[in-house]
Design a protein around this ligand. Structure first.
Ligand code: ZN
Length: 250
């Protein structure tokens, strides 16, 4: 199935029928979905420039395991403002995915997001490649802390039991993604009927590495911006996920 040049409305109608007749849908969610909800892409050139200007380093340098180990004060200065206090909530795109779950068609969503928007929308099977800002743990006594506790600190958050710096349970640059998480993600993709690639492009590392496990012919891309890799999808539709998905799932 390759439909790349037909009119947008035809593509939407085709996808609507495809979803109606399918099960085992897996969503690969990109940063575009957070941007639709008012989030910022820290890795866009504008933002990377702002961060470099404000902190003197790139987001990759600050959010690295090595930087966390050696410069916690500076790490938390960044992490507090740019991640912990980002106050955005799931929009219509997330609610459309939740609807797929409600009607028994959603197998899993796979995401590199750490803000926790899928869970906030009520989506259950979220495979997180990089963790969640809502899960934090003391490395010494292993006590867990939620985002509310973390937000109450202006500087390094300390464990109430042993005063050790609390570590966000997110994957920092230079750290390996857990094997069990990678296995769950690749199995979900392998068993998928339809793959919805949302708010990213077919060449992103997450998408291209996971799609090698997919043997089907329904790789569907919904994204705002055109990209030279779009034709790697079996069907692509340009637009906001929050505009397109509600038209095809309800
Ligand atoms: Zn502790």
């Amino acid at each position: 199935m390759i439909i790349s040049s037909t009119a947008k409305e035809d593509k939407i109608r085709y996808l609507r029928d495809l979803i109606r007749d399918s099960n085992h849908i897996v969503c690969l969610m990109g940063v575009g979905m957070e941007i639709e909800c008012g989030g910022r892409n820290l890795w866009s050139s504008d933002e990377a420039y702002r961060i470099e200007d404000e902190y003197g380093l790139s987001p990759e340098e600050i959010l690295s395991g090595a930087f966390y180990s050696t410069k916690k004060q500076k790490f938390y200065e960044f992490y507090n403002k740019e991640i912990l206090h980002v106050d955005i909530h799931p929009g219509a795109g997330y609610h459309a995915i939740k609807h797929l779950q409600d009607i028994g068609k959603l197998s899993a969503v796979i995401t590199r997001d750490i803000l926790g928007l899928p869970e906030e929308a009520g989506i259950n099977n979220v495979i997180r490649l990089r963790g969640n800002r809502n899960v934090n743990q003391c490395p010494q006594c292993h006590k867990f802390y939620d985002i509310g506790f973390m937000r109450s600190f202006k500087t390094i958050p300390l464990c109430t039991q042993c005063q050790a710096p609390i570590r966000p349970r997110i994957q920092l640059y230079g750290e390996m993604i857990r094997n069990d998480v990678l296995t769950a993600a690749s199995e979900a993709v392998f068993n998928a009927g339809i793959i919805l690639v949302l708010g990213t492009n077919m060449g992103s590392p997450m998408v291209s590495s996971l799609l090698q496990y997919y043997e089907g012919s329904h790789k569907i891309l919904i994204t705002l911006h055109e990209h030279h890799n779009d034709s790697n999808a079996d069907l692509f539709i340009h637009g906001k996920v929050e505009d397109i998905l509600p038209k095809v799932v309800y």
